[in-house]
Structure formats: structure tokens, C-alpha cells
Design a protein around this ligand. Sequence first.
Ligand code: FMN
Length: 214
Amino acid sequence: MNTIIINGSPKGNGKNSNTSIICKEFVRGMKIPCEIKCIANSDIEELAHYVENYDTVIIILPLYVHAMPGILMKFIEHLRPSSIKGKSLGFIIQAGFIETAQEKYVERYFESLAKQLNYNYLGTVSKGEAAAIYMFPKMFKKVLIKINELGRIYDETHAFDPKLTKELGKPYQLSKFQIRLYQFLCDIGLNNIGWHKVLKQNKVFDKRLDMPFL
Ligand SMILES: Cc1cc2nc3c(=O)[nH]c(=O)nc-3n(C[C@H](O)[C@H](O)[C@H](O)COP(=O)(O)O)c2cc1C
């Protein structure tokens, strides 16, 4: 049983790509680490053809605007239904917002996509609050250990460990208390610190309230 990992981030294997970090961490604990291919900068038609050589395809992607990045959609459009039964397709989504409930729509799509392509659906692992991994990897040590463990167990069982999948998927939705707490942090402007820093670095801080389409 051979597996290929597809990195679905437009940032490819750039240093600032959280998907790339997660891909590398997922395969690091494996006896023979799976091959990782990036959709970014690849010939999509060729890559879609190439994955046909594998029994399992695991797509690791960032959530962009509550959906998948455009390059991944394009790649999916090039996949052909498998003529062999028993192949598997799985997904690992990582996103900026905390609640993984926002991933549920794309998860449903992935499940039906696997069926349409005559693949077994391996499942989808979702991780929220992942946007800052590349900036503060030490703060995300526990998350990366879980991803590493997920990969190690996958290597042995060819399945996503249900316990780790559940843990990574928390919180699915924030509690009322957590919502009030975050509202308070927004009200005092604490949530803006990181974003404002990026805007200032890019010299667009003064333009942050512009409405060009009006
Ligand atoms: C264009 C764009 C759209 C995004 N949309 C969402 C979103 O809808 N929900 C979310 O939780 N995070 C969203 N994010 C945050 C990314 O999912 C998050 O930063 C992720 O870690 C990026 O992975 P990458 O570095 O591999 O691109 C968005 C980021 C970008 C750049």
C-alpha cells in the first residue's frame, strides 16, 4: 500500500506555508516517509495522472474563504475515477479560525467526491486556529506532536486515528462563555495586534478601512 501526500496550499512548500509544515510533520514519524507533492507550480494535468500510481491519496490543505484554494479545485477537476476498487482518498484541513464547524461543508463535499472517484473515503481531519504555526512553531509544539502521531499511526494502520482526529477537531463550536471572552478581547483591540503588525510591515495600515469597490 503506497500513499502520496498532496500539498494543496498556493504557497507550496514555502517557509511561510502552514500546510507545508503540517505535511512534513505528518510524514516525519513514518518508517519510510511518503512522498509529498505540491500542486503549486506543478503541471496539474501531470500531477493528477501521477497520483493514479498510488493506493492512497491524502490531500492536506488550508481553508480559504470557507472552502478549498482554487488550485486544489482545479487539481480535483483533473482527477479521473479510479478503475481499480480499494483505493483511498483522505483530507487534512487546517484553518485560521478556531471553530472547525466551518469546515463541515467542504468535508461533506470531500466525502461525496471520494465516492464519485470510486475511492474509499479515509475521512477528514480538521484543525482550526492554525494560521500562526509558521510564525510561532514553538507555541504550536503540542499540535505538531499530534500531527506527527497521526502520521505515525497512519503509517501502521492506514487510517486516521479517531482519538487524535477528535482532539485536533476541537473546538467544533465555541461555548457561550468562550464567545463572550473573545468578544471582550475584540472590544479592547487585542485581536488586532497581529493583523496590524502585518499591515504595517506591508505599509498599508492607513488603507485598512478603504472600500475600493464602493
Ligand atoms: C485568501 C485566504 C482566505 C482564508 N480564508 C479562511 C477561512 O475562510 N477560514 C479560516 O479559518 N481561515 C482562513 N484563512 C486562513 C488560512 O486557512 C490559514 O492561515 C492557513 O494556516 C493558511 O495555510 P497556508 O499557509 O498553507 O496557506 C484564509 C487565508 C487566506 C490567505
